[in-house]
Ligand binder design. Structure first.
Ligand SMILES: Nc1ncnc2c1ncn2[C@@H]1O[C@H](COP(=O)(O)OP(=O)(O)OP(=O)(O)O)[C@@H](O)[C@H]1O
Ligand SMILES: [Mg+2]
Length: 263
């Protein structure tokens, strides 16, 4: 479980996250949604142990601030919103960076884990390509494969492992969006936990179990997707009159931008 309570973060003297609280359970996919600048990435950095915060963030019952870097690396993998790489690394080299930071550093396992990670993101055969010569979506999937090398199993020694993914599908075509979100859901179904920042409300409705909705650094709502994804919450948070509908066959919510068009 990841338990966030009274989380506040100040950056450059400004409070950008204030009193946020929610719980993400292993076995469930939790989506964090909200407008640009609402604090999603800042919260992910706090949960990842990358920035100082006030309040409490507990990862599998341990306060993040009390964990060593190697302990964090064994328990959670982090896909940042943006990853700049300025050296001419190959895909193989970048993906294997994940192997050195996690527990998957046994040489006999390394090849298998790296190959499985690349296959999971549909990049089998890309090992020898230079990262900088890949498309934006391919680069995003390489970064995800690096995370999957670090956290290759959803449960280790009876404890859940976590994927913390900041906009994992923002550069991907619809087919690869489905591939990655399906993978994330499977990771949860096998006992792991996923927290993903999402802008796509329809993918969120389709794949997430829980939804955390932010506005201006504060929590607007948190809970089951069907309870959070409402006309009123969307109006309050995004300031436009979006209408939530449901797919007749299965009742899954969806939101069309058309509903908020004013002319
Ligand atoms: N280092 C910083 N110093 C000061 N303010 C910052 C810093 N980093 C981010 N902010 C501000 O904090 C707020 C939240 O930023 P954050 O990156 O968490 O937003 P976000 O919800 O992830 O947005 P997006 O959807 O655009 O990625 C924004 O107003 C941003 O300008
Ligand atoms: Mg962000």
């Amino acid at each position: 479980m990841i338990n966030v309570s009274n989380l506040s973060v100040r950056l450059s003297g400004k409070t950008v996250v204030q009193d946020v609280r929610f719980t993400a359970k292993a076995g469930a996919l939790t989506a964090i949604c909200g407008p640009n600048g609402s604090g999603k990435t800042t919260i992910m950095k706090a949960i990842s142990g990358e920035i100082a915060y006030q309040g409490s963030v507990r990862l599998n019952a341990s306060e993040i601030g009390s964990l060593q870097a190697w302990q964090l690396a064994e328990m959670r993998g982090v896909l940042p919103q943006a990853s700049a790489i300025s050296f001419p690394f190959t895909v193989r080299e970048i993906v294997r960076m994940g192997l050195t930071s996690g527990r998957n550093n046994h040489p006999e396992q390394a090849d298998r884990i790296a190959a499985e990670a690349l296959s999971s993101v549909d990049l089998a055969g890309f090992e020898g390509r230079f990262y900088q010569e890949l498309s934006g979506g391919e680069q995003q999937r390489v970064q995800l494969a690096r995370v999957l090398c670090q956290i290759s199993e959803p449960v280790v020694d009876g404890r859940p492992c976590w994927l913390l993914l900041d906009e994992p599908v923002s550069s991907l075509d619809i087919s690869h969006q489905l591939t990655i979100m399906t993978f994330a859901r499977q990771f949860c179904r096998r006992g792991g936990g996923v927290i993903a920042v999402m802008h796509d409300l329809n993918l969120t409705a389709l794949f997430a179990d829980q939804m955390v909705l932010l506005k201006s650094g504060r929590l607007q709502a948190a809970g089951a997707v069907g309870d959070v994804l409402t006309d009123r919450h969307l109006q309050d948070v995004f300031g436009c009159a979006l209408r939530v509908n449901r797919v007749p066959i299965d009742g899954i919510p969806f939101v069309l931008a058309h509903s908020a068009l004013t002319d």
